[in-house]
Design a protein around this ligand. Structure first.
Ligand code: C2E
Ligand code: CA
Ligand code: CA
Ligand code: CA
Length: 281
């Protein structure tokens, strides 16, 4: 933001807007520094339901920040702030340690085979300490590697696919599985993804929203499911909000669904108690 702030030649209106945004960014960065230590960050979980057995098989951990003055700040706002500073490492480490511990506890309490899905930011792929971070989180929590799935975006992988493949292989050594997140929003093709050690493909919400109204989207989503299966990937459809979307996805053999129709992201304990597709009976 420093380079942008120095750039001249803007209208007065733009300068005011820019100054507000720069101030907000700097303020968030300052506050985020304390948030980790002051227990303001917590993890919400959204179930991933296996359509074949009609059961929650995984939960995606989504970071939440309860700011003492501004209230809840969405991850879409503070993750980029963390990524542009050195904070992404401590925030990610905190998230992974918290989530692996919570899911390991829930697995033991209910004797479940529940998987934790956790998001990796693009910058973490360049971090030489990534494998050690994941290894420590697994060791500290007792969560087995096979119960962790790390989600990466196309953007993170496609910027240097060969380097990404090396990093992904070091993660696989820990027994974790790997998913490509937000598929369809970047520039990767299944032909490129085929070369990477991936297990799961998550179709971005933007393809699911208008599924029922659009012939084209139904054709696209059907082909993605077929092609993903053809190269050995399981498929998760994200952003499922209606029964019609769910029915269609089931009819084309989509393996898993995730979305508000099943549950919004919530604290793990609440999820276990209230889910229609709960793992406890
Ligand atoms: P994402 O990984 O694609 O996560 C899914 C987002 O879609 C979540 O937003 C979730 O609340 C939302 N969502 C789920 N189902 C529905 C639905 O049916 N309808 C609609 N409209 N939205 C739905 P959220 O929690 O605000 O997270 C936004 C993004 O922030 C995530 O997108 C992810 O990229 C990032 N993020 C969240 N937690 C972390 C984290 O711990 N680490 C990193 N690096 N990024 C994170
Ligand atoms: Ca995700
Ligand atoms: Ca996603
Ligand atoms: Ca997304």
């Amino acid at each position: 933001y420093q380079a942008k702030a120095r750039g001249g030649g803007c209208s007065a209106f733009f300068d005011v807007d820019l100054r507000t945004r720069v101030q907000r960014h700097m303020e968030l960065e300052q506050d985020l520094r304390h948030a980790v230590h002051q227990d303001q960050l917590w993890v919400a979980y959204q179930p991933v339901v296996d359509l074949r057995v009609d059961r929650t098989v995984a939960v995606e951990g989504l970071l939440r920040w309860q700011h003492p003055a501004h209230g809840p700040i969405p991850p879409g706002e503070f993750i980029p702030v963390a990524e542009e500073s050195d904070l992404i490492n401590s925030v990610s480490a905190h998230m992974l340690h918290t989530a692996t511990r919570q899911v390991a506890t829930e697995r033991e309490r209910h004797q479940l085979d529940l998987v934790l899905n956790a998001n990796l930011s693009p910058r973490q792929l360049d971090d030489p300490g990534l494998q050690a971070l994941v290894q420590h989180a697994l060791a500290d929590s007792g969560l087995p590697g096979r119960a962790l799935c790390l989600e990466l975006t196309e953007e993170a992988i496609m910027h240097d696919p060969a380097a990404a493949a090396r990093v992904l292989n070091t993660l696989r050594e820990l027994g974790v599985s790997l998913a490509i997140d937000d598929f369809g929003t970047g520039y990767s093709s299944l032909a490129q993804l085929r070369r990477l050690p991936l297990d799961t493909l998550k179709i971005d919400r933007s393809f699911i929203t208008d599924l029922v109204e659009s012939d084209e989207l139904r054709i696209i989503v059907t082909s993605v499911v077929t092609m993903a299966h053809g190269i050995g990937l399981e498929v998760v459809a994200e952003g499922v909000e209606t029964a019609q979307q769910l029915d269609f996805l089931g009819s084309i053999g989509c393996d898993h669904v995730q979305g508000y129709y099943l549950s919004k992201p919530t604290p793990l304990a609440e999820l276990a108690a209230s889910l229609p597709h709960a793992w406890t009976s």
